[in-house]
Design a protein around this ligand. Structure first.
Ligand code: 3PG
Length: 212
């Protein structure tokens, strides 16, 4: 698949719901009930970050959940890309972008949402054909104002801002013409996951799904 085709895929993924949950899951036993709770609340696309030893098993377990679209986040190396693909991830997300990561994603046919935080980073990805990008870290890099400023010279790039996005500020981003969806961890707080408070997580997901 080409970067252009990846971008079509990541765009349609982002159009499924206004929020992509960013998940840090410690315990594989939590994977399926957590995915079911988020899907039930209206958030089908799930980003499982490769930040815990359990992450690849979590992806495997979530891949079986009806209605879920499971991807891997925090892809930092070509090995991460391959491991994510083999675990059943159907998309990938990286906080930034390197040629090695992009080469690996293209070789493995894993649609990737690569990260950019400046005009130059976004332009480099655009040169390679990536018109859909993650804007990270969103709040620390200038937030909605920064994305608004990028939309004039770079209207062909669409973003998924992530990092510091919350229920309170998500609408500031979602109302911009160059934002497709946002990513955030607030819909799956660590405490609620640990307690198995799946109804609470479905409620947070429903609020997030209603943002658009
Ligand atoms: C990410 O992993 O993309 C971000 O760290 C998620 O950021 P948040 O925890 O501020 O939502």
């Amino acid at each position: 698949m080409t970067p252009q085709q990846f971008s079509q895929q990541t765009e349609s993924l982002c159009r499924r719901a206004p929020v992509v949950p960013v998940l840090v899951v410690q315990d594989t036993a939590h994977a399926a009930p957590l995915a079911r709770a988020l899907v039930k609340g209206g958030l089908p696309a799930l980003e499982v970050t490769l930040r815990t030893p359990a992450a690849l098993d979590v992806i495997r377990a979530m891949a079986d959940v009806d209605g879920g679209i499971v991807g891997a986040g925090t892809l930092l190396t070509p090995e991460d890309v391959r491991a994510a693909k083999h675990a059943g991830a159907t998309f990938g997300v990286s906080p930034g972008a390197t040629d090695r990561i992009l080469d690996a994603a293209e070789a493995e046919d894993l649609p990737i949402l690569p990260g950019a935080a400046t005009a130059s980073e976004a332009m480099r990805l655009l040169e390679r054909g990536y018109t859909v990008q993650k804007f990270f870290p969103a709040e620390a890099s200038g937030g909605a104002n920064m994305l608004k400023s990028l939309s004039s010279p770079l209207p062909q790039i669409r973003f998924c801002p992530t990092g510091g996005v919350s229920l309170e500020n998500a609408r500031d981003y979602l109302s911009l013409p160059n934002v497709l969806c946002v990513g955030g961890s607030w819909v799956a707080p660590t405490d609620m996951v640990k307690q198995g408070n799946w109804d609470g997580i479905t409620k947070l997901a429903s609020e997030a799904a209603a943002l658009r």
